[in-house]
Design a protein around this ligand. Structure first.
Ligand SMILES: *Cc1c(COP(=O)(O)O)cnc(C)c1O
Length: 496
C-alpha cells in the first residue's frame, strides 16, 4: 500500500516520499509524517537470515513506496559499503547486562553516518524521479559533527554539491581538522567569524531568499537540506532497530516475539522516534527509554507534560545532545494529538512565541511507550568508568548518558526486559572526556596522544577516521564574515 507524507501543521495535499525527501520541510513549516505506519511484511525468522543491506530494503520499501526496487537497492548498495569498517554495519556488543548497538562504524565514527551515507543517494534518485534537472546544492551550518558527516555522505556523489559553514573559533581542533581535510571535488568548507547561531541564521535566510533561488535556478542549481528532520534521514534509522532485534533472535539471545527495551541518548529526538516507528511497525518493543544530559527538556516534558525551552543552555561533555528544541518531537506530538494538524500547529506556535506548551491529559496518556530520565555530568563520567571496570568495554559520553539512564530505569521499575542501548559515537570521537573518566589525567596531552593512550588502555584499534587526519593535507582554508555568506555561495557556484 502506498505511503504518502503529510505536514504536521497543515492541510496541504499529501506528497510522495520522493517529493518529501526533496523538499525536506513542508511549505507551512511543518514536518512530513507518513499517513500511516506500514507493518513489517516479512517474519523475524526471515529477517534473522538477512544482511544489513537486505534488512534495509525490507524496511525502507514499506515507507518509500514510490521508489522502485532497483532504485532503492542501488541507494542501499552505494551507502552501506566499505565506508563502514565492519561488514555487519551495525554490530551488537554485550556488556554490563545490556546489548550495545554500535552505530558508529561509518566514515565519521558517529551514528549520523547511518542516515547521511544513504541520504545523498535517496535525494539524487528523488530528483531524477521528479524530473528535477538542476544540480542539488546542500547548504549546511554545523557546530562540528553534522557538517562532516554530511560531507562524507555527499562527497563525489554526481549531481550534488555541498557547502558547509562552521564557526571558525567554535569547534574542536579535531572537528576542524576533520572538516578542512575533506576530500571530494564537490565539497566546500567555509569558516565564519561568528558563532554557530550566526551561521545557522544566515543559512536559513538563504533557504528563504526567493531572489537567490531564482538566480540559482537560472544557473542550474537548487538548494536542499540534509537536516535531521528530512524523512530521508528518519527512515534509514528505523532499519537498525529491526536489524538488532533479528540479530538477537538469530544469536539465541531472545526468543522470537519476546519484547525488548530500547534506550536512546537523545538530542533532536530523531533516533528515538525511529525506534518508536519500529515499534509501530510491529517490532516487539516494550519501553522506549529517552536519555537526556543536563539539558533535560525532554525528561521534564515526559514527567510533567510541559515542554519548556526557557532555561539556560548547558555545555556538556555530550555536545551532540546539547539541544533545547528537539525538532523531531513535533512528529510525536502530531501523533498523540490524534493526527490533528491544527492542534499540533497551535502547540508549535506557542513554543516559538512563548517558549513553552503543555499537552492535554488525553495526549499525555499516550506517552506510556516512553520513559524519560537524565544523567548529570558526574554520573556520565562514573558510567564510563564503571562499565570499563566491569566489562572492559569503552563507551563514549553520549552512550554513557544512555547507559546511566538505563540503570536508573531498572532501579525505578525493576524491569529486566532485555535492553538494546543505542551506542551513538565511538569513544575515539570524544577521547578527551573518555580518557578523563577512565584515568582522570589528560593534562598536557593532545588529542592524538590521548587516542594512543586509549588504544593501549582498551586494546581497541584506533579507527581509520582518526588515523587518517593525523597526516591529512588541509584542502579548505576559506574564512568569511557571516554577512558575506550569500556572496560566498555565489562565488563557489560561479554565479555572476
Ligand atoms: C546527533 C547525536 C545524538 C542525538 O540524536 P538525535 O537523533 O538528535 O536525538 C546522540 N549522540 C550522538 C553522538 C549524536 O551525534
Amino acid at each position: 500500500m502506498q505511503v504518502l507524507y503529510k505536514s504536521t501543521r497543515g492541510k496541504g495535499e499529501p506528497v510522495t516520499a520522493s517529493v518529501a525527501i526533496l523538499k525536506g520541510l513542508s511549505d507551512d513549516g511543518g514536518l512530513f509524517v507518513p499517513d500511516h505506519i506500514p507493518e513489517l511484511d516479512v517474519s523475524v525468522e526471515q529477517l534473522a537470515g538477512m544482511s544489513y543491506q537486505e534488512t534495509a530494503y525490507e524496511v525502507m520499501k514499506l515507507f518509500l513506496t514510490d521508489f522502485t526496487e532497483e532504485e532503492l537497492k542501488n541507494c542501499i548498495r552505494n551507502a552501506y559499503d566499505d565506508k563502514f569498517d565492519t561488514r555487519e554495519i551495525a554490530p551488537l556488543h554485550e556488556a554490563d547486562g545490556a546489548y550495545f548497538l554500535e552505530l558508529y562504524h561509518g566514515a565519521t565514527i558517529a551514528f549520523k553516518d547511518m542516515a547521511l551515507s544513504i541520504l545523498p543517494h535517496l535525494m539524487t534518485t528523488a530528483a531524477r524521479k521528479n524530473q528535477v534537472k538542476n544540480e542539488i546544492v546542500i547548504l549546511t551550518a554545523t557546530s562540528g559533527d553534522t557538517g562532516k558527516a554530511a560531507m562524507a555522505g555527499f562527497a563525489d556523489v554526481p549531481g550534488t554539491k555541498i557547502i558547509v559553514f562552521y564557526p571558525k573559533h567554535g569547534v574542536s581542533p579535531i572537528q576542524e581538522k576533520q572538516m578542512v581535510t575533506q576530500k571530494g571535488d564537490n565539497t566546500y568548507v567555509v569558516g565564519i567569524t561568528g558563532n554557530f547561531d550566526d551561521a545557522q541564521t544566515a543559512v536559513k535566510k538563504m533557504f528563504n531568499d526567493k531572489e537567490l533561488a531564482s538566480e540559482l535556478d537560472q544557473a542550474g542549481y537548487q538548494f536542499s537540506s540534509a537536516n535531521s528532520i528530512n524523512i530521508g534521514r528518519l527512515v534509514p534509522q528505523i532499519v537498525y532497530y529491526v536489524y538488532a532485534y533479528a540479530s538477537l533472535v538469530r544469536d539465541g539471545r531472545i526468543k522470537n516475539g519476546q519484547e525488548i527495551n530500547i534506550t536512546v541518548p537523545t538530542g533532536n529526538f530523531g533516533n528515538i522516534l525511529a525506534a518508536y516507528y519500529a515499534k509501530q511497525m510491529g517490532l516487539p518493543v516494550h519501553k522506549l527509554i529517552c536519555a537526556s544530559n543536563e539539558n533535560k527538556v525532554l525528561y521534564d516534558f515526559f514527567t510533567t507534560g510541559t515542554y519548556n525551552r526557557k532555561r539556560d543552555f548547558i555545555l556538556t561533555t555530550s555536545p551532540s545532545m546539547d539541544i533545547l528544541i528537539s525538532s523531531n518531537l513535533e512528529r510525536l506530538i502530531y501523533r498523540i494529538a490524534g493526527q490533528d494538524a491544527e492542534k499540533c500547529a497551535g502547540l508549535m506556535e506557542a513554543l516559538s512565541k512563548g517558549g513553552e506548551y503543555t499537552i492535554t491529559d488525553e495526549m499525555k496518556a499516550q506517552l506510556s511507550d516512553f520513559y524519560g530520565n537524565y544523567c548529570t555530568e558526574e554520573e556520565t563520567k562514573e558510567t564510563i568508568a564503571h562499565i570499563f571496570k566491569n566489562s572492559r568495554y569503552v563507551i563514549d559520553t553520549h552512550t554513557a548518558v544512555a547507559a546511566g539512564v538505563y540503570s536508573k530505569y531498572v532501579q525505578d521499575t525493576g524491569d529486566h526486559t532485555p535492553v538494546v542501548i543505542a551506542s551513538t559515537a565511538s569513544p575515539y570521537k570524544f577521547t578527551r572526556s573518555v580518557m578523563d573518566a577512565l584515568t582522570g589525567n589528560t593534562e598536557g596531552m593532545d588529542d592524538f596522544a590521548l587516542a594512543d593512550a586509549l588504544c593501549s588502555l582498551s586494546g581497541v584499534k584506533i579507527p581509520q577516521a582518526v588515523e587518517s587526519i593525523r597526516s591529512a593535507r588541509v584542502l579548505h582554508d576559506c574564512v568569511v564574515d557571516a554577512q558575506d555568506m550569500p556572496a560566498t555561495v555565489k562565488k563557489i557556484l560561479k554565479i555572476k
